[in-house]
Design a binder for this molecule. Structure first.
Ligand SMILES: [Zn+2]
Ligand SMILES: [Zn+2]
Length: 176
């Protein structure tokens, strides 16, 4: 028996990097949503990011969320209906900040771990970023179908880490 198989408390890589993404998410100052993302190249951590307002600008805790209302198609008890949803647009999404703060050359063939399934815009940008794999935890059903199709077309591995339990004190309920 090797030490490795004996040590049940040792985290696997997926858990290790997703835990870091959740720790990063705790830096977010938008109370509607705490999202964290990390860039990994060959098991090496090359970048971290969370959702937030641009640097030097008032954030959601200082100025309140910047809410927009949108109607979206949603399945309610088996029938599709237009549902009014509220979204905070003050923040740059974690995935987009990750792209702003990492270099293209570091991203080629890399993996992104992100606490929440990317929205359409983030997925579209990630698809053009050099990233080869995206691992998420909390589902975001709104854009799920078109994002999955895009990833398939691009040949990007797109998968949910499941089962998975976020570290204590890091998982904040998501307002959809
Ligand atoms: Zn906000
Ligand atoms: Zn997004």
């Amino acid at each position: 028996m090797t030490t490795e198989t004996n040590d049940v408390s040792r985290k696997d890589w997926d858990t290790y990097f997703m835990d870091i993404a959740y720790m990063v998410a705790t830096r977010s100052r938008c109370n509607r949503r705490h999202v964290g993302a990390v860039l990994v190249q060959g098991k090496k951590l090359l970048g971290t990011a969370y959702n937030g307002a641009p640097m030097g600008v008032e954030d959601c805790l200082e100025a309140g969320c910047m809410i927009v209302e949108e109607y979206e198609l949603s399945a309610v008890e088996g029938t599709e209906r237009m549902i009014k949803k509220e979204r905070c647009i003050r923040t740059i999404h974690a995935e987009q900040n990750l792209l702003l703060f990492t270099d293209r050359i570091d991203r080629e063939g890399s993996t992104v771990y992100v606490t929440d399934q990317p929205c359409w815009t983030c997925a579209n940008m990630l698809a053009n970023s050099g990233v080869r794999e995206i691992v998420f935890h909390r589902p975001y059903p709104k854009d799920s179908d078109k994002v999955a199709l895009l990833m398939q077309r691009k040949g990007i591995v797109f998968r949910r880490i499941d089962p998975y339990e976020a570290p204590a004190q890091t998982s904040r309920a998501v307002v959809l």
